[in-house]
Design a protein around this ligand. Structure first.
Ligand SMILES: Nc1ncnc2c1ncn2[C@@H]1O[C@H](COP(=O)(O)OP(=O)(O)OP(=O)(O)O)[C@@H](O)[C@H]1O
Ligand SMILES: [Mg+2]
Length: 496
């Protein structure tokens, strides 16, 4: 699949002294933000010697000042030095590599000058969109290419000018191998979610791809997680990279994490309780297998709530439709596999639910990072069974975080931005049911969630319960707290 962007530089007053006043940024996002994005040294985008047309795109995207990772990475990346950067989820890594990549493009040269690699097709679409938005006034040509689409379309598109190529590794290798994508003069090579791209399934492809680029290319790796796997690649393919690590703590300050200790058969009941009590603006619900995604989506629909679902075994056109529509607020809940764990940025998502608890701390971190974007508030709820107890302990240890037992009532101020009038409050989910599970939603929304910015709240969600949270050591693998019965349904959950 190929999508292109023609810049609109002709219509913009780039040389006008009053250029900033002529821009149309989106309405200000007045939600509170945590230090994850506000703790900067005070650098401004205008201090970075960026092209006027690029600055215009940045300000029109609503970016007022750089986030910590942007402040650290952009100036170094502009010197063409290799960069290895680690920063928390949702803190603006995409723009941290897109801005220096765009700045280096010579639009008079009809060649691919930046190759941006990501591990999933949805993330490729999203990243190419960021390039188009930030490069809106530059006249650059952005192309996105992924598996699951017609190769012929890509070949046709590449016969025209492309400056920035965004995509998943397999398809790009295919195009480079066929001499259709000419990377021989591409000076910028970026790997987003680099640790994922260097997992065994991708590494050989990445190494082959690099061989198509000139030897003096700039290599930039970004992720929130960098297991040891990256070390080999760094030593072999990077030239004394500038390393940035903004993760002295790992989890996001704005995301409150809870677990509910349940039996497997109580999970759907628990989810039902959560749906009825929480003020969900939009939620992402993760399952550990494709099969369970579909089964759960069906159950949720039977309960009378609307949801979409997505996983890697679906047709690409359906996946795209779900992603597009969920992003546009067509449906409040999305059930998915780890396909959408990394990088996906939907500002309206304020609740993430691990219906199945993940196996690794990396997966856990990326999943819960789908809420609390750009320092905003979010809630992560984990349904934990007896079999998950060691994993829960391990993940807490590895991330240096404490996942608290779910309380009887969850203070809304923890995950819903304070604001405006009651009219803006999202309606309770059941009022607007969509009886059909939509893998490829054909119909309109049950009811669009309000924008995250508009989500208000005064009340607290109160849960019926006859249990009190208990503090217990978890070293033996036993979750510390009791889970209120309202979440469990049926017989009380077995506890070790
Ligand atoms: N300087 C900025 N000012 C305001 N908003 C910004 C700024 N930079 C990025 N954002 C917004 O922050 C959100 C998160 O950015 P992004 O997706 O790049 O995060 P990330 O660090 O890549 O997260 P992840 O690790 O989950 O991939 C996006 O909606 C983006 O538009
Ligand atoms: Mg990202």
């Amino acid at each position: 699949m190929a999508q292109t962007q023609t810049g609109s530089s002709s219509s913009t007053p780039a040389n006008n002294d009053n250029w900033k006043a002529s821009l149309r940024p989106p309405p200000k996002d007045l939600r509170p933000q945590t230090e994850d994005v506000t703790a900067t040294k005070g650098t401004e985008f205008e201090d970075m010697f960026l092209r006027r047309e690029l600055l215009m795109g940045i300000f029109e995207a609503g970016f007022e000042r750089p986030s910590p990772i942007q402040e650290e990475a952009i100036p170094i990346a502009l010197t063409k030095r290799d960069v290895l950067a680690r920063a928390k989820n949702g803190t603006g890594k995409t723009a941290a590599f897109v801005i220096p990549s765009l700045q280096q493009i010579d639009i008079t040269k009809p060649k691919i000058q930046a190759l941006l690699l990501v591990p999933t097709r949805e993330l490729a679409l999203q990243t190419s969109q960021v390039c188009k938005i930030l490069g809106k006034h530059m006249g650059i040509q952005v192309m996105v290419t992924t598996g699951g689409t017609t190769l012929k379309d890509d070949i046709l598109r590449l016969s025209e000018s492309v400056h920035v190529l965004v995509g998943t590794p397999g398809r790009i290798l295919d195009l480079a191998g066929k001499n259709v994508a000419d990377l021989s003069e591409c000076p910028v090579f970026v790997m987003d979610e680099a640790d994922k791209l260097l997992s065994p399934e991708f590494t050989p492809v990445m190494e082959q791809l690099l061989s198509y680029l000139p030897s003096d290319r700039q290599v930039m790796l970004f992720s929130a997680t960098f297991p040891m796997i990256v070390k080999d690649f760094k030593e072999k393919h990077m030239n004394s990279p500038h390393e940035i690590n903004l993760m002295d703590e790992l989890t996001l300050r704005g995301v409150t994490q809870y677990y509910a200790f349940v039996e497997e058969r109580q999970k759907v009941h628990c989810l039902n309780t959560l749906f009825s009590k929480l003020q969900i603006n939009q939620s992402i619900i993760f399952c550990n297998s494709t099969n369970r995604v579909e089964l759960l989506a069906k159950k949720i629909t039977e309960l009378g709530y609307s949801c979409f679902y997505s996983h890697a075994k679906m047709l690409q056109s359906h996946r795209n439709r779900v992603f597009h529509d969920f992003r546009n607020g067509v449906c409040r809940n999305l059930v998915c596999s780890d396909l959408l764990t990394r990088g996906i940025d939907i500002q309206a998502v304020n609740v993430v639910i691990n219906f199945d608890f993940p196996k690794s701390s990396e997966t856990y971190l990326h999943r819960i990072g789908r809420s609390g974007r750009f320092g905003h508030l979010g809630l992560a709820i984990n349904l934990v069974t007896y079999d998950d107890r060691f994993n829960l302990y391990k993940i807490e240890q590895e991330l240096g975080t404490e996942i608290q037992p779910i309380p009887h009532s969850i203070d809304r101020s923890l995950y819903v931005a304070p604001s405006g009038s009651d009219e803006e409050k999202p309606a309770p989910q059941k009022q607007a049911q969509q009886k059909q599970v939509a893998a490829a939603p054909a119909a309109g929304p049950a009811h669009p969630p309000s924008q995250a910015q508009a989500a208000p709240q005064q009340q607290q969600a109160v849960y019926q319960s006859n249990g009190q949270p208990q503090q217990q050591a978890r070293q033996n693998g036993t979750p510390r707290g009791g889970t209120p019965n309202a979440y469990r349904g049926g017989a009380p959950a077995a506890r070790a």
